[in-house]
Design a binder for this molecule. Structure first.
Ligand code: ADP
Ligand code: MG
Length: 213
């Protein structure tokens, strides 16, 4: 299976539309353990990204992803802007000058995104952040591809691991980001960033599944 620049554009459009749909839900999650802006922040960023897509129609995957990353860094307030921005910028670096990616290259781009979030956030798994969804998602995708699964199956397993990771943030104590200010009171709430990461993973799966039909 090959992921083309047009598929990446469709992925970004899907993410933007779902963030708009889920904006209030994401913000509600952030109101429990943060400052009630996660959905609003991401919607602002991805709405700006949508405005730039027409100029990216004939560009390579690297340019598309890097434009998304730099737009998120400059328009999304809060921690999630620089973190998601870095993720897209790092993935874009791996995909530089490529008009299509094979599954191994998608895995490499996602691994670079994961490393970027860890480096930018000075964070690791188990701290009740987006990493608790992104980490298992990327690991599972890599392992499934290494086991010879076809890419659709590998992506389904990846999204299931990402979803489990998102739910696993509920009982966690937050030790990074704004939620950590709450200490023990952060326990019992699902992390907003892990939730938006799952939304993005699901959007990628939907694009991949649509190619499989
Ligand atoms: P802010 O917390 O600045 O208001 P957002 O509400 O947009 O920013 O995003 C909050 C999300 O960002 C959290 O739910 C968490 O998943 C993620 N996050 C915050 N700090 C870090 C970090 N250091 N590393 C990884 N993810 C983080
Ligand atoms: Mg917030």
């Amino acid at each position: 299976m090959t992921i083309t620049a047009a598929h990446i554009i469709r992925f970004i459009e899907t993410v933007a539309a779902r963030i708009k749909e889920q904006r209030d839900y994401l913000t509600e999650l952030d109101s429990a353990i943060g400052d009630a802006d996660h959905g609003v922040n991401l919607d602002r960023g991805f709405s700006t990204v949508i405005g730039k897509l027409p100029s990216l129609a004939d560009k390579d995957v690297g340019t598309i992803l890097k434009t998304v990353g730099s737009t998120l860094v400059s328009t999304v307030g809060g921690a999630s802007g620089p973190l998601y921005g870095t993720a897209f910028l790092r993935a874009g670096k791996v995909a530089a000058n490529r008009f299509e990616l094979n599954p191994a290259e998608v895995v490499a781009a996602l691994e670079a995104a994961l490393e970027g979030v860890q480096a930018r956030g000075k964070s690791t798994r188990g701290e009740k952040t987006m990493l608790d969804a992104l980490g298992p998602g990327v690991d599972t995708l890599k392992a499934a591809c290494a086991n010879g699964e076809d890419f659709v199956t590998a992506m389904r397993q990846s999204v299931a691991a990402c979803e489990a990771g998102m739910h696993a943030t509920i009982p966690m104590l937050a030790t990074k980001g704004r939620a950590s200010y709450l200490g023990e009171r952060s326990i019992g709430h699902q992390d907003p960033g892990a939730t938006s990461t799952h939304l993005m993973a699901r959007a990628l799966l939907d694009v991949v599944e649509s190619l499989h039909l």
